[in-house]
Design a protein around this ligand. Structure first.
Ligand SMILES: [Mg+2]
Length: 386
């Protein structure tokens, strides 16, 4: 058996309602593993980074995952950033898949072994606040979901974003949601980093104690000082970190206790190797991990194995639930995948990630010129965060 990397092949494809970048790494003996990039919407940049990494990978022993991570990260002058983090992640996940298959063990066995029998998920209501949103939340509670995430007013706007109008409307509905749903479920809200420190503080101060269990990304996480300023104005738990590209970006938020849930994305943060280091760091601070998982079955599988292997885990984001259908699970493409059982993913026992892809059924990506994100404006015409 030859255990050398023979081919590194990115595959850009349309999966569900968006383009995704997959990666297939194949060994000389034909064994292969799958990875996925989490930098959705900037897939071609990651694909280019993978082309830079490929000559370094060809001929390497795929079992030396930690050393390969270091070599890819350190063998260049300009380090860091989400493009490098996502490219490293795709490679790292694919190498774990390969190693699990070669050793005939699930990936979590490579991460210290199984710590739980299932990985609990959280759902997101797929609409802006109204009575139907509350009905959706009630449905989730009835179906056994102990944690879910609501969206703020104007979450789906495609042009004008008025922060003050959003926080006033959202506060009203969050209070109503808690009144109706009681203290049982864990309720979060994702503000998609659209607010300033002052706006986020105003919103939090409209929340009676106990209304919100966590607030996701009230502001961008580019400066821990801004979060420290916000923390001084509210006791609400923050759930942040889906854009962290590596452990160094997570460092100040963990070390300074600025985030109470760390939302790393395994497909952005440099893969399982880097995620395990961040999880250990969080454990030392009694902070739980709540992974970002907005993509397809490969990201989900990597996240489930990760969740199975760490003790400080809360909930995994789920995007195909009783109240939301993104279509990322495409059963004719992902012919084997880890599926929800109620509100949790059972921990799988297949070797590797447990995902099989029928490449012949993958659809070509939507042309980049036709893929856009909303370019939001404030009411006065200035640019707002998407
Ligand atoms: Mg988010």
């Amino acid at each position: 058996m030859s255990r050398k990397i023979a081919e590194v092949r990115p595959i850009h494809a349309r999966i569900g309602n968006r383009n995704q970048l997959l990666l297939k790494i194949t060994l000389e003996d034909g064994t292969y593993g799958w990875g996925e990039s989490g930098l959705t919407g900037r897939d071609l940049a990651v694909q280019g980074m993978l082309e830079h990494f490929t000559p370094i990978l060809i001929g390497q022993d795929p079992f030396a995952i930690g050393r390969i991570w270091q070599e890819l990260y350190r063998s260049q002058y300009n380090e860091g950033g989400n493009v490098i983090g996502a490219a490293l992640a795709t490679i790292d996940i694919a190498l774990h898949d390969i190693k699990g298959k070669c050793l005939d063990v699930p990936v979590y066995e490579l991460l210290g072994g199984q710590q739980r029998h299932s990985v609990p998920g959280f759902a997101s209501t797929a609409r802006e606040p109204d009575e139907v949103m509350i009905d959706e939340a009630k449905l989730l509670v009835d179906q056994g979901w102990n944690c879910f995430r609501l969206s703020p007013a104007q979450h789906y706007t495609k042009d004008i974003y008025d922060a003050r109008a959003s926080i006033a409307e959202t506060a009203k509905w969050m209070i109503r949601a808690r009144e109706v749903l009681g203290t049982g479920p864990m309720i979060g809200l994702d503000y998609h980093h659209r607010l300033s420190v002052a706006e986020a503080a105003m919103f939090c101060q409209m929340m009676p104690p106990g209304t919100l269990d966590f607030l996701e990304e009230p502001i961008r996480n580019q400066t821990p000082e801004a979060y420290a300023a916000l923390r001084a104005q509210t006791p609400v738990n923050f759930a942040i970190g889906e854009e962290f590209a590596n452990k160094w970006q997570a460092l100040p938020y963990v070390e300074r206790d600025l985030a109470q849930f760390i939302r790393i994305d395994i497909c952005v943060v440099g893969g399982l190797t880097e995620a395990m280091k961040i999880a250990g760091w969080c454990e030392a601070h009694y902070v739980d991990i709540m992974p970002h998982n907005p993509l397809g079955p490969i990201c989900t599988a990597a996240s489930v194995h990760f969740g199975a292997a760490i003790s400080n885990f809360s909930y995994l984001e789920c995007r195909d639930t009783p109240v939301e259908a993104c279509g990322f699970d495409v059963p004719e493409v992902f012919v084997d995948q880890i599926r929800l059982d109620g509100a949790a993913y059972p921990v799988p026992d297949r070797p590797g990630l447990g995902v099989e892809v029928d490449e012949s059924r993958l659809l070509p990506p939507t042309p980049v010129a036709k893929v856009g994100r909303p370019r939001l404006r404030r009411p006065d015409g200035a640019v707002a965060n998407w």
